[in-house]
Ligand binder design. Structure first.
Ligand code: GLA
Length: 411
């Protein structure tokens, strides 16, 4: 398919996807078992994905640049590993059903070698339907063939996006039976899960079906390492704050090898203020979310690099205990979240969701409501200063800003 045609199809498909993402959850769904122990994603995957900045325009050169910049900026040293190509790399299938890349990606094996040579890993994108969200060929009826193709290229991560499967199979086969639609969806995700495992290559399996049918309950059973919990993130505060709220209550589903995915990072994109970028990054770390940067790495501003490479915040995300934060309490427009960490440490985040700091002022932190007793010594992870949190302490935060403290030994 010529690129111009593909992009026209893409915008139609994207609007259909946007509509589809608002559909409600239905139950129950079948739970196919995919035997195999996952060795990947023992902590939430970290890397970069092409979609949030490049969308349908991404090229091989952008991927190479991202890999180079990952190394040059110190992001690789900070823990970022995966360079993930999102939608619009796909070409056409040949007579044998083998999928080829389009003209933007002339040599996928060569690209994988390029990325691997820099000590990084390469991710790719497809879906269970006949078409991806941008209207390119997807994996319906070619699951095994595609999984083998990815493995032969040296792919390390697959994002598998529902998109046209809704129209092609769910609505077509069970137009009036939502429970059956969900069973069909779960089965399709299980099919690719098995196909990936059959390749014997360790490939992170990332489900993208917008949290439908409480995916966190069945994701591990289809071999998934992570699953999107919501519709698409956008580079604005309302979207980010909305997604944070939708992930409250999902903590018990996160564990090493299996993560809730509140979508990729928008840090450095759009018109997010520095406070909003900090809060976005902090809360993704609290949520044990995959940290997949989505910004323009070759043109990254120093203050954005400082956020994305804050090692203390990344350490919260990557904490070995693998426990996601819970929202401890809400007071007006201020939210307090806590996350238990390995070795008896604890992360506390105080987030001002209000549009001006006067609206919620004064806020006094209740340690008692967090189950903490007496002064708590810790570190403010954005100033780097040692701090002691005390009962009823007044905390003043600007609009959409956050206080993120690591308490060394929570009492
Ligand atoms: C969907 C996904 C996005 C992105 C696009 C690509 O909207 O949710 O993350 O992958 O498709 O077309």
């Amino acid at each position: 398919m010529k690129l111009s045609v593909s992009l026209a199809v893409a915008s139609l498909a994207l609007s259909l996807a946007a509509v589809a993402q608002t559909a409600p959850t239905a139950k129950p769904a079948a739970k196919p078992k995919v035997a195999a122990v996952t060795t990947v994603a023992q902590t939430p995957p970290m890397g970069w994905n092409s979609w949030n900045f490049f969308a349908g325009k991404v090229t091989e050169q952008n991927i190479k640049d991202a890999a180079d910049q990952m190394v040059a900026t110190g992001m690789k040293d900070a823990g970022y590993v995966y360079i993930n190509i999102d939608d619009t790399w796909e070409g056409q299938r040949d007579a044998q059903g083998i999928l080829h890349t389009n003209e933007k990606f002339p040599d996928m094996k060569g690209l994988a070698d390029y990325v691997h040579a820099r000590g990084l890993k390469l991710g790719i994108y497809s879906g269970p339907g006949s078409k991806t969200c941008a209207g390119y060929p997807a994996s319906l009826d070619h699951e095994t063939q595609d999984a083998e193709l990815y493995a032969s290229w040296g792919i390390d991560y697959l994002k598998y996006d529902l998109c046209s499967f809704h129209r092609d199979v769910m609505s077509a086969k069970a137009p009036n039976d939502e429970a059956e639609q969900m069973r069909l969806m779960v089965t399709a995700y299980g099919k690719m899960g098995k196909a990936l495992q059959a390749t014997k290559r360790p490939i992170v399996y990332s489900l993208c079906q917008y949290g439908w049918d409480s995916v966190w309950e069945w994701g591990p059973s289809v071999g998934a390492n992570l699953w999107r919990t919501t519709g698409d993130v956008q580079a604005n505060w309302m979207s980010i704050y909305d997604i944070i709220g939708q992930n409250a209550g999902l903590a018990k589903y996160a564990a090493p090898g299996h993560w809730n995915d509140p979508d990729m990072l928008e840090v450095g994109n759009g018109k997010l203020s520095l406070a909003e970028n900090r809060t976005h990054f902090s809360m993704w770390a609290m949520l044990a979310a995959p940290l997949l940067a989505g910004n323009d790495l070759p043109n990254m501003k120093p203050e954005i690099k400082a956020i994305l490479t804050n090692k203390d915040v990344i350490a919260i995300d990557q904490d070995k205990l693998g426990k996601q934060a819970t929202r401890a309490y809400v007071d007006g427009e201020v939210e307090v979240w806590t996350r238990p960490l390995a070795g008896g440490a604890e992360a506390v985040a105080v987030l001002n969701a209000g549009s001006d700091h006067v609206a919620t002022h004064p806020f006094h932190l209740s340690l008692a409501k967090l189950g903490l007793h007496g002064p708590q010594k810790g570190k403010d992870l954005w100033t780097g200063q040692d701090v002691t949190l005390t009962e009823n302490q007044a905390i003043e935060l600007k609009s959409h800003d956050i206080l993120l403290v690591r308490i060394a030994a929570a009492k």
